[in-house]
Design a protein around this ligand. Structure first.
Ligand code: AMP
Length: 485
């Protein structure tokens, strides 16, 4: 069955009801400069490489013969495009998006790229990040007659760009970003060009690459490797880059000196084979493990990781401590990230389905078990139980980041205070709750040492409650995104 390609729909009103926005997403974009690359294919494979950033919906929009067409749906990239890409091929440019929303209902209307038509023409937009003033901006737009068809803050950006387009797309983007507060890595496409934008504080990553003579944007550099593109550089905070038939043009927008790249990209979110702002994610994780071994030495027989994200940290710990690295847990490779389950009961079953102890490796052993983070405590508690049932003598948890005490308002799905085990319990209380023989975390100072030399400063708001923007309004009403109902 061929793909059902959509032309942009006329606006329809959808109640901004139940979908709480938890935008942890991946974006990709390419403008074809020569015949060597097929934009739709490059975007498809780019999104595949970024699948870890979003597993709920996927979409590709292409600029073809002066028109924007798209296909998007709920599901993984492989599911959404299971009928092939043929109908999207032959385009001049393409952008793509993978979305990860982990709580509340999610529906197709909120999948991206968002494609809208205005009197100045069409725009497609893919967004990773979270606006904290979307509600105010949306209200102003609605008061002046704008109509919204989704509940995502991305549509507020699209609407502002459309509204300000009289002086051209770049001026419209500049005006729009001057109004936005929060985090955004954006890839925007018109029938003529593709534009990458990074928020002024550089909270979310986005990089520029090149394949043959064609420029590409991606949330992470691993996507360039997948399509055979070379990494050129990260977009600077506040930078706007246009790629079109004339090549590349950069506009330094409202970049700020007090930058705040999200440290959680290094802790958990990004792929280890990506470099962000000059730092290898894998190396940062290895260093975090090594620092844990220096600051929290424990006598044990083996060092093991909670797969996959903690493996580099466990290796770093093992190397530093000279305790052998062994596999203690087998991971079912067909299971995604446990967080994908919105209900706690399902989340617990999720851990069982995902991980199983290697009994022969753990029986009678004192284990140092390294994980990258404890959020609700579900994973650690279940894993300690599993390992003990499998005969482990002692389980010493070592966490390669500090306790998560505060929610994130800038695009990572850390839940609200009441669900964060670290917000209401001391380390000793958490240890008891998860049943470990000992529990150690990395300090904020040590975590920052693992990313020393980066081109940006860092946001560590989930660990210390100090955010790059004023979020007091959201904190008061317990919302993550100003559009949350
Ligand atoms: P929890 O079971 O709630 O304590 O979650 C901790 C586990 O989830 C760890 O093994 C992390 O690797 C993983 N994790 C941490 N942060 C996130 C996130 N924002 N989204 C999905 N998984 C996460």
């Amino acid at each position: 069955m061929p793909l059902k390609i959509k032309k942009p729909m006329p606006y329809q009103r959808i109640k901004p009801q139940d979908d709480c926005m938890r935008e942890e997403c991946g974006v990709f974009g390419i403008y074809r400069a020569d015949s060597g690359v097929e934009p739709a294919e490059a975007t498809y494979y780019g999104l595949f490489a970024l699948q870890h950033r979003g597993q709920e919906s996927a979409g590709i929009a292409v600029a073809k013969n002066g028109q924007i067409e798209y296909h998007k749906d709920m599901g993984l990239v492989s599911e959404v495009f299971k009928n092939g890409l043929e109908a999207l091929c032959g385009a001049q440019a393409a952008i793509g998006h993978v979305r990860y929303s982990t709580t509340g209902d999610s529906h197709i209307a909120n999948a991206q790229p968002l494609v809208i038509s205005s009197k100045k023409g069409q725009i497609a937009l893919a967004h990773n990040g979270n606006l904290i003033n979307a509600k105010e901006l949306r209200e102003e737009l609605e008061n002046s007659g704008a109509i919204f068809q989704t509940t995502i803050d991305t549509e507020v950006i699209a609407s502002l760009i459309a509204k300000n387009r009289n002086d051209g797309i770049i001026e419209a983007i500049k005006k729009t970003v001057s109004l936005l507060k929060g985090s955004y890595a954006l890839v925007i496409m018109t029938p003529e060009e593709v534009i990458g934008v990074r928020d002024p504080k550089g909270i979310r990553p986005i990089a520029l690459g090149k394949i043959d003579n064609s420029f590409v944007f991606a949330s992470e550099s691993c996507a360039f490797d997948t399509i055979g593109a070379e990494f050129i550089r990260d977009l600077r905070p506040g930078e706007i880059i246009v790629i079109d038939k004339k090549g590349l043009k950069s506009y330094q927008g409202m970049g700020e000196t007090n930058t705040a790249l999200c440290i959680f990209e290094f802790v958990y979110f990004a792929r280890p084979d990506s470099d962000i702002d000059g730092i290898s994610v894998h190396k940062a994780r290895e260093r975090a493990g090594a620092r844990l071994a220096i600051t929290n030495p424990v006598n044990a027989d083996i060092v093991a990781a909670v797969p996959d994200s903690a493996m580099p940290a466990a290796m770093g710990y093992a190397e530093q401590s000279c305790i052998p690295y062994k596999k203690a847990l087998a991971k079912n490779r067909y299971v995604g990230r446990t967080f994908i389950q919105p209900a706690q009961g399902k989340r617990e079953i999720g851990v069982n389905v995902k991980l199983n102890p290697l009994k022969r490796n753990v029986h009678g052993k004192r284990i140092i078990l390294v994980d990258d983070s404890i959020v609700r405590g579900t994973t650690s508690k279940r894993i300690v139980e599993m390992l003990k049932l499998a005969g482990a003598r002692e389980v010493h948890m070592q966490i390669s980041s500090p306790p998560i005490k505060f929610p994130c308002f800038f695009g990572i799905d850390t839940p609200s205070h009441d669900q964060l085990i670290g917000s209401k319990n001391s380390v000793e209380e958490i240890r008891k709750l998860i049943g470990a023989d000992s529990l150690h975390y990395l300090s904020i100072e040590d975590l920052l040492k693992t990313v020393e030399g980066a081109a940006c400063n860092f946001c560590v708001g989930c660990f210390n409650g100090e955010y790059p923007e004023d979020v007091s309004n959201l904190l008061k009403c317990g919302k993550k995104n100003s559009l949350d109902k």
